[in-house]
Design a protein around this ligand. Structure first.
Ligand SMILES: [Zn+2]
Length: 198
């Protein structure tokens, strides 16, 4: 993978560039995880550790509520609250292999530009969370979510289906990555193809 990427630093001709584009499409999204914020696209990291399945979502705030700043009026505050409510019902947004018997344990939401109370967070926990969420670039802001499930049969966790697309119409793509004892798996999910399996 590193060899492929290093080729990009040279000036490839058009044919080469096309080949590289194809190659890059097939590469794991991991290589571009640091690329960050583009509207309509979120990142989801799934990690299984013992009985604990943790899903970490990083989404442009725009894709969840339609703006990327503190809400300016009651209407916008309501939009934030609704989005938080949907995210807190995480067992509907993320459907894990039924055999694994996973139960949602906790949800943490944070955004650098949103009052934690609007996200349903306690003020103390929020101060730290909001700081960690930090605005990425001027004029842009993310909403970060951490969703923790406890699974009775973790060995049976073989897929996660992402239903964020139903809940948030501005969200078009989720780059999902999963890390388990079996290795790393990645997929670009969208409304039509929304399951990462391994
Ligand atoms: Zn943005």
């Amino acid at each position: 993978m590193f060899e492929c990427l290093s080729l990009l630093t040279t000036e490839p001709d058009t044919a080469m560039r096309n080949t590289l584009s194809l190659l890059l499409l097939t590469l794991s999204t991991t290589a571009f995880a640091a690329g960050g914020h583009s509207h309509g696209k979120a990142e989801l990291d799934i990690a299984l550790d013992g009985n604990t399945l943790t899903l970490a979502l990083e989404a442009p705030l725009e894709s969840l509520v339609g703006f990327e700043r503190a809400p300016k009026n009651a209407n916008e505050q309501e939009r934030v609250k609704k989005a938080a409510e949907k995210l807190r019902a995480a067992d509907k947004l993320f459907v894990i292999s039924a055999d694994a018997a996973c139960k949602l344990q906790s949800v943490k939401l944070a955004s650098a530009v949103i009052d934690p109370a609007l996200l349903g967070e306690a003020p103390a926990a929020n101060a730290a969370g909001a700081k960690a969420a930090g605005a990425k670039e001027e004029g842009h802001a993310d909403l970060d979510g951490e969703f923790v499930f406890r699974c009775d049969k973790p060995a049976a966790v073989k897929s996660v289906t992402v239903n964020l697309f139903d809940a948030f119409s501005l969200l078009q793509r989720v780059d999902a990555r999963a890390a388990s004892a079996k290795g790393q798996h990645a997929a670009k999910l969208n409304g039509k193809s929304r399951t990462l399996s391994w």
